[in-house]
Design a protein around this ligand. Sequence first.
Ligand SMILES: *Cc1c(COP(=O)(O)O)cnc(C)c1O
Length: 365
Amino acid sequence: MTKRVINFYAGPAALPLPALERAQAELLNFENTGMSVMEISHRAKEYDAVHEEAIALVKELLDVPPNFKVLLLQGGGNLQFAMLPMNILHSGRKADYIITGQWAEKAYKEAKIVAGEAARVIASTKEEGFRRLPRPEEIHVNPDAAYVHICSNNTIYGTQWKTFPDTGGIPLAADMSSDFMWRPFDVRPFGLIYAGAQKNLGPSGLVVALIREDFLEMCSEALPSMLQYKIHAKNNSLFNTPPCFSIYILRNVLAYNKSIGGLKVIEANNRKKGELLYGCIDRHPEFYRGYVSVKEDRSFMNVDFNLPSEELDAAFVAEAKKNGMVGLKGYRALGGIRVSMYNAVTVQQVETLVAFMEDFAARHA
Ligand SMILES: *Cc1c(COP(=O)(O)O)cnc(C)c1O
């Protein structure tokens, strides 16, 4: 058997083993074509079936209502930071941004480049080092906002919206790159949802987006074609050659998610993983010092903590690696440890990590 490690990288990140094994088995002769899926025309029926299945699985797993379009785009989460304001903030429209971390701030900065003062910050927890989310009473949505942008999960700081802010009917626009499909949720309040695939869905570069029809109607037609949501929607994300292999892997991941019982089962697994890891942190609050200050805001995807010294941080990472666990070094600016446990990380793998953490604490505390 191929040697595999337990992968806690923040992104690109672990993919479900069965999705990779399926790719391996199908690589050289896809659907009896005598070719790999990378070598087939994107207009051929064999590829088309993959493309349609990936889109249908997004709709099915999330119970997406018919007034939404699923788009498969390129350019990663970062291009969406620009595409959203380019498409919506024309004709004098304005938008509100909630700043809960570095990615949310990047989205705002791109909107400023595109639309200047029309992009407004309405809440931020930057002064507290992004250790918590804004409370509802700290958020004042402007009634003239065309959308309110949030980042659903803060990959770097480890906070996650469990209940999305109430915008009084103004469409939410959300970067869900690091927690899309971690659980079932109601997509209807969102005008746009986008997610770079490399955390919960598949390979980097690919973006899965959901756009509501009324939001799509507001989109600009005065942009280069590749930047228009309308062009991608009209062409079923086949305006140009799509990233076929990445979409194929996405299909494999979603088909696997469905096979294990869909997002309810995935949510139960993610909650179990959170209980295990936060349980350990809370048993040793002096040794594993969690970064997030408000328990309800803690992320089920990314967990940041510091040990009592940088030497212990480094020893933790090195010993974990010796025990087959990688990707635990904290984000550059925060130091310490970051555990990323996206959908593909199993309950058993988190149990292994927690057993290691208990042992490490017993030896070093
Ligand atoms: C990883 C990440 C991104 C980055 O997207 P790219 O695909 O690298 O452009 C954006 N937003 C969030 C929340 C992320 O975690």
